[in-house]
Design a protein around this ligand. Structure first.
Ligand code: ZN
Length: 424
C-alpha cells in the first residue's frame, strides 16, 4: 500500500466501506478490524488513483496529426484548422477515448479543458472518472462580448447535472483572450467559488509578445486583437493584473518566468501544471522547477493533449500520467520518484480543493486506487510506478472496480465486497 502521505506499507491492506476508505494499514491489523471477506491481490502495489491537473480529452484522436512546429503559432493555426474540420461525432469519440485511456492508466480525477459545451453533459455522464470540467473561453477570433461569453459559461456550467467531478473556468491564454474577459472570469470565479485554470507563459513567443511587443505570436495576432496590453510585463504579471490570482489559479505550463513571477504565484496560492511530453514536443524553454519550488509554488503534472505529444516509437501513444512520469524521469534523472508521485497525487488534489479527499490512501478519503504488479520492496515501489508501461492491472473509483485489465478479472472475482488486500 502506498498511502503517499504516510510511509508505504509492506503486506498492507485497505478496508473499503461504500465509496470511502475505512482504514489502511498492515494486513494483520486490518484483518482484526473487519469480519468482511478478503480479496488477496497477490504481488501488487496499490496507489491512490492519480490526479491529472491538465487534459484536453477532445483532442485525443489528434495523436500524430500535427507535426511539432518550428514556431508556436504554426501549431495553433494547425489545430484551429483541424478543429474546424471535425464533426460533433468525431469530438465525442475522441473525448471518450481520452477518458477511457485515463481510466486504464490509473487516473481517477482529471482537470479537463472543455470546448464542447453543447455535448458536455452527455460526455460527462459516460465516464466514471471524477472530471472537473473547465470550460474554455477565448473570444479573440469571434470578437464576442466578454460579458456574453461569461454569461453563457454560467448557463452551461449551472445546467450540468451533478456528478462525481466539478466545474471551473478556463480562459484559454492571455494571447487568446481580452483583458476584459480575464477580469470578468476573475469576478465570476470569486462570486461562484469556481476554480480557474489558464495556459500562462507557455512559449517564448507569448513571453516576447507581452514583455516586448515582438516575436511570431505578436506579429500573427497584431491585427486580430488589440495589443495595448503588450509590452507591459510578463504573462504572469498580466494574469495577476487582471485578477486571475485572486482565487487559487492552476497556471498551466509557465515555462517563461521573469523577475518575481514565482514569488507572485506562490503568494497568491497558485499551482503550476507541468506537462512533460507536451513540453518536449514543442521544445519550450527549460521548465524552471527549482525556481518555482524554492518560491513555494506547488507543481502538478498534466497530460495536456495527444495533439501535442510525440507519437511513441514503442507501443501506442495514450493519454497517461504514468507516461508523463516516465518522460519527466528521463529528462530529469535526479528527481526523486517520491517527489514525482506527489505531483500526480497530493499536489493536484490540493489544487482542485480535494485535499485529503483524493490523491492519498487514508481513512475517510474516497476509495480511488490503481493497482500494478510489484514484487519488490516498498523502497522501490514509486519507481515501479514511474516505469510501468501500458494499462494498470485495475482501477477503482468510489469503491467500484471501473477498469480491470485482461487477465486480472479472476484475481478480483472475489471482491464483491470491494476489499483489496496486497498480502503477498
Ligand atoms: Zn493545454
Amino acid at each position: 500500500m502506498v498511502p503517499v502521505t504516510a510511509p508505504s506499507i509492506p503486506d498492507g491492506a485497505v478496508w473499503v466501506s461504500g465509496h470511502q476508505i475505512r482504514a489502511v494499514g498492515p494486513y494483520s491489523e486490518i484483518r482484526e478490524m473487519t469480519p468482511d471477506p478478503v480479496t488477496d491481490l497477490g504481488e501488487v502495489a496499490v496507489f491512490p488513483g492519480l490526479v491529472n491537473a491538465h487534459a484536453h480529452f477532445d483532442y485525443t484522436d489528434m495523436a500524430g496529426l500535427l507535426v511539432p512546429p518550428r514556431e508556436f503559432p504554426d501549431w495553433i493555426k494547425g489545430i484551429l484548422t483541424l478543429k474546424s474540420q471535425w464533426t460533433d461525432a468525431e469530438f465525442e469519440e475522441s473525448w471518450l477515448r481520452g477518458a477511457r485511456e485515463q481510466l486504464e492508466s490509473g487516473t481517477t480525477t482529471v482537470a479537463n479543458i472543455e470546448t464542447r459545451a453543447h455535448q458536455l453533459a452527455g460526455l460527462r455522464a459516460r465516464t466514471p472518472l471524477r472530471v472537473f470540467s473547465f470550460l474554455e473561453m477565448t473570444g479573440i477570433r469571434s470578437g464576442r462580448d466578454p460579458g456574453q461569453i461569461v454569461a453563457e459559461a454560467v448557463e452551461v456550467l449551472k445546467s450540468l447535472p451533478p456528478n462525481r467531478g466539478g466545474v471551473g473556468l478556463s480562459p484559454h491564454a492571455p494571447y487568446s483572450t481580452s483583458p476584459e474577459l480575464l477580469r470578468a472570469v476573475a469576478a465570476l470565479a470569486r462570486e461562484e467559488g469556481w476554480r480557474v485554470t489558464c495556459h500562462v507563459a507557455e512559449s517564448e513567443p507569448e513571453f516576447d509578445m507581452f514583455m516586448y511587443r515582438r516575436g511570431s505570436l505578436f506579429s500573427w495576432l497584431q491585427n486580430q486583437r488589440p495589443n495595448d496590453d503588450c509590452g507591459l510585463g510578463s504573462p504572469v504579471q498580466l494574469v495577476h493584473r487582471h485578477g486571475l490570482l485572486d482565487s487559487p489559479l492552476l497556471a498551466v505550463h509557465v515555462n517563461c518566468l521573469w523577475g518575481d513571477d514565482a514569488r507572485r504565484l506562490a503568494a497568491r496560492g497558485a499551482s503550476v501544471v507541468h506537462c512533460p511530453r507536451s513540453h518536449a514536443y514543442f521544445g519550450h524553454p527549460r521548465f524552471q522547477r527549482e525556481t518555482l519550488t524554492e518560491a513555494g509554488v506547488p507543481i502538478c503534472l498534466g497530460t495536456d493533449s495527444l495533439a501535442s505529444t510525440r507519437v511513441a516509437r514503442e507501443g501506442p501513444t495514450t493519454l497517461s500520467l504514468i507516461d508523463e512520469l516516465r518522460e519527466l524521469a528521463s529528462r530529469d534523472p535526479g528527481l526523486l520518484p517520491r517527489r514525482m508521485l506527489a505531483e500526480v497525487t497530493v499536489n493536484p488534489a490540493r489544487a482542485l480543493g480535494l485535499k485529503s479527499v483524493v490523491g492519498e490512501l487514508r481513512s475517510g478519503a474516497l476509495a480511488d486506487f490503481l493497482v500494478i504488479p510489484h514484487a519488490g520492496s516498498t523502497a522501490s515501489v514509486e519507481e515501479t510506478l514511474v516505469h510501468h508501461r501500458g494499462p494498470v492491472a485495475a482501477t477503482m473509483i468510489g469503491g467500484r472496480w471501473e477498469w480491470i485489465a485482461p487477465g486480472w478479472a479472476g484475481v478480483l472475482a472475489g471482491s464483491s465486497n470491494l476489499d483489496v488486500d496486497s498480502r503477498p
